[in-house]
Design a protein around this ligand. Structure first.
Ligand SMILES: NC(=O)c1ccc[n+]([C@@H]2O[C@H](COP(=O)([O-])OP(=O)(O)OC[C@H]3O[C@@H](n4cnc5c(N)ncnc54)[C@H](O)[C@@H]3O)[C@@H](O)[C@H]2O)c1
Length: 383
């Protein structure tokens, strides 16, 4: 068995996503499970090069995991011959500049979403990466979650008949930061720092809708900043200038209508932090991050509207759980493995910069719809 080491810059590794999901739950977890095995017997072995701004944090983080390769100097890391991949989990605003540098250095690039702050920049990155012949990828983790994998299985098996509509409910209460610390970084609530729920979540909704149900052809969106003042990590009050809720309707190729509410100012009365209800002529499903329940047409009850009588049926009990039937690994790790196989052995990987640019485009048009107060068609993006 040959082991192929592959140097990976992890920039923004001190952040929430960079550390937990990408370093610990993906790259280090891949090493713990023996690397990524290829069909020819080769094993891909990720060698993380930790990059960040704060020397103390980097050193402490590296020592915690027995790693020694870290630096605050991105340029010198990009100049190394033993580095093949640049990965970016920095705050969104810092991404474009760093990715351009990585393209110039001839590295393959994988990145957190959103790829860039606007469609023109995202498309430009896709074209520049193509011209440089480097292999790109954008995180689309939700596709690899058990709940959505089971939903995809139902779609592929023809469970729904003709799919009519999708209702997505995403959100939870993000504390304002005064009497309890906020559970998300404060930059998310400032437009000037690249924050906002549309920019954050629409790239996710884009790939979920496109991969499962069809291309998004139009968007109508209303946004709100329900909590206009918050308190930051240092205890200072600040003006929350970004949208913290978005109420959107997406029209899809084939006639499916999707409505998704996204909010950081809602309390959870659901089983999971995100749930999608899909209704079709033959059956319906509710998929969350982990679980998926179904109701077939044959067991659909026939409620009659009568507000004078109390509800007699236990509607929630009328749904059946879809079994796992397989083992689901961490979604970020599964996508990392696919990307590494793509880089090393050229296996197909469709979640590239162009796919990422389409996610950025949907966020941009969602915000435009909210600003202008109307329905916006989504033109097809091409490289
Ligand atoms: N895929 C997902 O589900 C998901 C979830 C949350 C966030 N994200 C994305 O991941 C990225 C990071 O988000 P996060 O929640 O980990 O944020 P975070 O604030 O926890 O981490 C940000 C990282 O960027 C670094 N950084 C570099 N330059 C900076 C600057 N000028 N100001 C502040 N920080 C700077 C920080 O040191 C830190 O390592 C964002 O682009 C976000 O959209 C993705």
């Amino acid at each position: 068995m040959t082991r192929r080491s592959i140097g990976i810059i992890v920039n923004g590794v001190t952040g929430r996503m960079g550390y937990r999901q990408h370093l610990v739950r993906s790259l280090l977890a891949i090493r713990e499970s023996g690397g990524v095995a290829l069909a020819d017997g080769t094993t891909i072995w990720p060698e993380p090069v930790l990059v960040g701004r704060n020397e103390t944090k980097l050193r402490e983080l590296a020592e915690r995991h027995g790693l020694t390769d870290w630096t605050t100097d991105l340029t010198s890391a990009l100049a190394r011959d033993d580095v093949d991949i640049y990965f970016d989990a920095q705050v969104t605003q810092q991404r474009e500049k760093a990715i351009r540098q990585a393209i110039e250095a001839g590295k393959h690039i994988y990145t957190e979403k959103p790829l860039a702050e606007d469609t023109a920049a995202a498309l430009d990155l896709a074209r520049a990466a193509d011209a440089a012949g480097v292999r790109t990828g954008v995180v689309q983790d939700k596709l690899f979650l058990p709940g959505l994998r089971k939903l995809k299985r139902l779609i592929d098996g023809g469970f729904f008949g003709r799919i009519l509509s999708v209702r997505g409910e995403f959100g939870y209460w993000v504390f304002e930061g005064d009497w309890q610390p906020a559970q998300r970084p404060s930059w998310n609530y400032r437009t000037e720092d690249g924050g906002g729920i549309v920019v954050d979540m629409f790239p996710h909704w884009h790939y979920v809708l496109e991969e499962l149900f069809g291309r998004v052809t139009a968007v109508s969106c209303v946004t709100a900043t329900h909590v206009p003042e918050r308190v930051d990590e240092a205890g200072h009050p600040y003006a929350a200038t970004a949208d913290d809720a978005a109420y959107a309707t997406f029209e899809l190729d084939g006639g499916v209508i999707a409505q998704i509410n996204s909010s950081w100012a809602v309390r959870v009365y659901r089983d999971e932090l995100v749930e999608f209800q899909v209704d079709g002529t033959e059956g319906s499903a509710i998929a969350g991050l982990r679980n998926c329940r179904v109701q077939h047409r044959a067991v659909t009850p026939k409620p009659v509207w009568n507000p004078d009588l109390p509800a007699t049926e236990d509607f929630r009990a009328q749904w059946a759980e879809v079994p796992d039937n397989e083992e689901f690994d961490n979604g970020f790790k599964v996508q990392w493995e696919a990307y590494l196989r793509h880089v090393v052995s050229g296996e197909p990987f469709r979640w590239d910069f162009l796919a990422g640019a389409r996610g950025v485009q949907l966020a941009e048009l969602g915000l435009r719809s909210a600003r202008e107060g109307g329905r916006i068609e989504v033109p097809e993006l091409r490289s």
